[in-house]
Design a binder for this molecule. Structure first.
Ligand code: ADP
Ligand code: ADP
Length: 233
């Protein structure tokens, strides 16, 4: 089955007496191994859609099927369990624990999965290796550059072998050279078969994805293969 299917999903927020239609009707299918960018102007519904796809929230109407399982009406606890297993999150602000080493930051998601300490360290080391940071395992975030911090965060997202890597403005706090290095890393992860969804409002960054879904006013304005892939250097 596809890794992601949304069927006519809508999301409404009540603000006092006002009803806000953040998503009106969104139907998207994403296959395993795709690399997709969600784009759109501020207020178009990107964060709302990302929160639903990332199992942080559920739709008001319609169905979201993740790996063949309908997660649209799950309780918060059920959703948290699915999220920990299926989704690797990467954030604009890295969200690393400042006092923990790279290795400990990356190993963190494995605690909930019930691995022993030595298994956690081995898997975390493998994940750091896969982002080229094995030699920074014992460093803390303040001893790393911005790009290195984001690579630690990407290793943390990968460590549970998730179905999807969900990246919210992953280059939003990085200079352009470092941003392109992170895009090269995503390309390498894509080539290895990972499914990547990136939310961005930057055209220069979206051009690295292989498919671009554009939202406007809570609807899909366009959904196209990217024939203008940016050249990596
Ligand atoms: P984007 O990420 O594209 O900027 P959002 O999904 O954040 O768009 O927002 C879509 C619309 O829903 C906006 O009008 C926004 O103000 C509204 N919205 C988002 N989250 C909430 C919320 N928790 N409560 C009320 N309105 C919200
Ligand atoms: P925005 O894109 O609007 O600036 P953020 O990037 O801060 O918002 O967060 C995007 C969404 O992810 C928010 O709904 C937030 O609640 C959620 N989120 C942020 N950090 C975490 C986390 N560590 N674990 C799970 N969800 C998170």
């Amino acid at each position: 089955p596809p890794v992601i299917e949304t069927h006519d999903i809508a999301k409404e927020y009540q603000m006092g007496t006002e009803r806000i239609h953040a998503l009106r009707s969104v139907t998207i299918t994403i296959q395993r191994g795709e690399y997709v960018a969600f784009m759109g102007p501020s207020g178009s519904g990107k964060s709302t859609l990302m929160n639903i796809v990332g199992c942080l929230d559920t739709p008001s109407r319609g169905n979201y099927i993740l790996n063949g399982k309908d997660v649209s009406r799950m309780s918060d606890n059920q959703l948290a369990e699915v999220r920990n297993k299926e989704i690797g999150f990467v954030f604009q602000t890295f969200n690393l624990l400042p006092r923990a080493t790279s290795l400990d930051n990356v190993a963190l998601p494995l605690i909930y999965a019930g691995y022993s300490k030595s298994q956690r360290e081995e898997k975390a080391m493998d994940a750091l290796q896969s982002v080229g940071l094995a030699d920074r395992a014992k460093h803390r975030p303040n001893e790393l550059s911005g790009g290195q911090r984001q690579r630690v965060a990407i290793a943390r997202a990968l460590v549970n072998d998730p179905s999807i890597i969900l990246a919210d403005e992953p280059t939003g706090n990085l200079d352009s050279k470092t941003s392109y290095e992170i895009m090269e890393l995503f390309e390498a992860l894509y080539v290895k078969g990972n499914t990547i969804i990136m939310v961005t409002h930057e055209e220069d960054i979206a051009r690295y994805a292989h498919r671009i879904v554009r939202l406007r006013d809570g609807l899909v304005e366009s959904d196209m293969a990217n024939n203008d892939l940016a050249t990596l250097h």
